[in-house]
Design a protein around this ligand. Structure first.
Ligand code: HEC
Length: 274
């Protein structure tokens, strides 16, 4: 009997060491210090800025997307193992942070305390032009504070730390990113298409559009869509053959309705080059 007890005790000790190790390793990753570039952007105040910003916010998924329909925040998961992963209330965030701090969080993935954001797809917004960003700020700043919103910050449980330690989830500030583009309009549609794909599609289909394993397909799949098919996809949010596309149909309904016909053409033209 004695040796069974010893084996059990050893196993419990090994499990405790492993759990402690994962917890500590996750803590080291969460505590990594990043330094943000200082960038001179402030909220636009010319007429129409907030309306333009609403489009930017919708396409990017801050409005009617991850942060809840009215940007009052959303809880993604709340389980003992993952703990509590949230997208915070954006009107509260707009009231708390300066323009430069919001810039660093949204386009660089770095919070004012130097820590990386986690799960917020800021690498996807790194290319956002100063102009689109200034409009976005104008919209965020005038949006009324949502009541009953989700407050506080995310907390990372053992499984979340394990995903970080295993490199399955990367701190956003460590991911590859672009410098902000100087202008979204290019000399041709493909350039505008790439800009839109980075800002609106890459969070799920990958920064290089090669898809996310077990979730979203590579965007080369769009090559099977003629430009008419693609217009229909964006208008009806149904795939070829009138298929419901799950998450894709939902984000399309909420977000991609703001795309103009020339933008849809530009996206299609870019996707054909993949
Ligand atoms: C929130 C995540 C998300 C975003 C953002 C997103 N997609 Fe998707 N997309 C998906 C998922 C998931 C699928 C797989 C749907 C399925 O097969 O059920 C998909 C599938 C597709 C397909 C394949 C349709 C088919 O015929 O099977 C195309 C084309 C596509 N997306 C284009 C885009 C474009 C263009 C954008 C940006 C404007 C975009 N997606 C943004 C999640 C997303």
């Amino acid at each position: 009997m004695k040796w069974i007890k010893r084996i059990l005790l050893t196993l419990v000790l090994i499990a405790l060491v492993l759990v402690g190790g994962v917890w500590a390793w996750g803590a080291v990753i969460l505590a990594r210090d990043y330094s943000a570039e200082v960038r001179d952007v402030s909220a636009a105040n010319d007429p129409g800025a907030a309306e333009r910003g609403e489009r930017v916010a919708t396409l990017a998924g801050c409005y009617a997307g991850c942060h809840g329909r009215d940007m009052a925040g959303a809880v993604f998961v709340e389980t003992p193992l993952l703990d509590r992963i949230i997208a915070p209330n954006l009107s509260t965030a707009a009231a708390v942070f300066t323009d430069a701090e919001l810039e660093s969080i949204i386009r660089q993935g770095i919070r004012p305390d130097g820590r990386s954001v986690i799960a917020m797809p800021s690498a996807s917004f790194s290319s956002m032009t100063d102009r689109d960003f200034a409009d976005l700020l104008a919209f965020l700043r005038q949006y009324p504070a949502g009541e009953g919103g989700v407050e506080g910050r995310s907390r990372y449980g053992l499984l979340a730390r394990g995903l970080l330690a295993a490199g399955i989830v990367e701190p956003e500030a460590s991911r590859p990113r672009e410098q902000p583009w100087r202008s979204r309009e290019g000399d041709d549609g493909e350039r505008l298409g790439r800009y839109l794909a980075l800002n609106a599609c890459s969070e799920c289909h990958g920064l290089d559009f090669s898809g996310s394993p077990d979730f979203a397909p590579p965007l080369t799949i769009a090559k099977s869509y003629s430009s008419d098919d693609f217009l229909r996809l964006m208008a009806t949010c149904k795939g070829l053959g009138d298929r419901d596309l799950g998450v894709m149909s939902v984000v399309c309904e909420h977000r991609f309705k703001v795309l103009q016909p020339n933008e849809i053409d530009a996206l299609h033209a870019f996707l054909q080059t993949l």
